[in-house]
Design a protein around this ligand. Structure first.
Ligand code: GDP
Ligand code: MG
Length: 163
């Protein structure tokens, strides 16, 4: 059995870096899938012997008439509905921000199955942010560094039972 994982979180926490590391160049062609816009990128992810579909929530950075918060909410809700599990990413160097709290709230309201990742966690500068992440009430955060490829064994351990 396979599953789909939506990577959600506010802009700049490292979602796309993580997506690219999991998917590499195995990007799905999403253009001909109804209801899927370029705001949601889908790809065939590999992590060890796991194969799953990863969904990156992009497009939040583009300026439009709609408020960032409104777009974030809609996109995240759509990703949650599409996916079996959500990987909620925060920036451990920045700590938990008010925007992160809004995302956590969306995920709780949607009753999403959430795995929490504290990204940019390479080095001790991230320690305080990782501890803050416990306060979100979404379980124990995985310490990740998408850029440096750290913490992927822990991510594997969380995903393995779902496969
Ligand atoms: P997104 O907006 O959530 O998709 O974030 P991006 O993947 O575009 O990354 C935003 C910035 O964070 C980029 O400059 C990345 O290089 C950087 N970044 C991503 N992952 C890490 C990480 O693990 N450690 C550090 N220090 N920077 C990272
Ligand atoms: Mg991105």
């Amino acid at each position: 059995m396979t599953f789909s994982l939506a990577i959600v979180g506010r802009p700049n926490v490292g979602k796309s870096t993580l997506f690219n590391r999991l998917v590499g160049k195995r990007l799905a062609l999403v253009d001909d899938q109804p209801g899927v816009t370029r705001d949601l990128r889908e790809g065939e992810a590999r992590l060890g012997d796991l194969r799953f579909t990863a969904i990156d929530t992009a497009g939040l950075e583009e300026a439009t008439d709609e408020s960032l918060q409104g777009r974030m909410r809609k996109l995240t809700e759509r990703a949650v509905e599409m996916a079996d599990i959500c990987l909620f990413v925060i920036d451990a160097r920045a700590g938990v921000t008010p925007t992160d709290e809004i995302f956590a709230d969306i995920l709780r309201r949607k009753n999403a199955h959430v795995i929490l990742a504290a990204n940019k966690a390479e080095g001790s500068a991230a320690d305080a942010g990782v501890y803050e992440a416990y306060g979100l009430g979404l379980g124990e955060p995985i310490r990740l560094s998408a850029e440096h490829g750290e913490g992927f064994n822990d991510l594997y351990s969380m995903l393995m039972p779902l496969s």
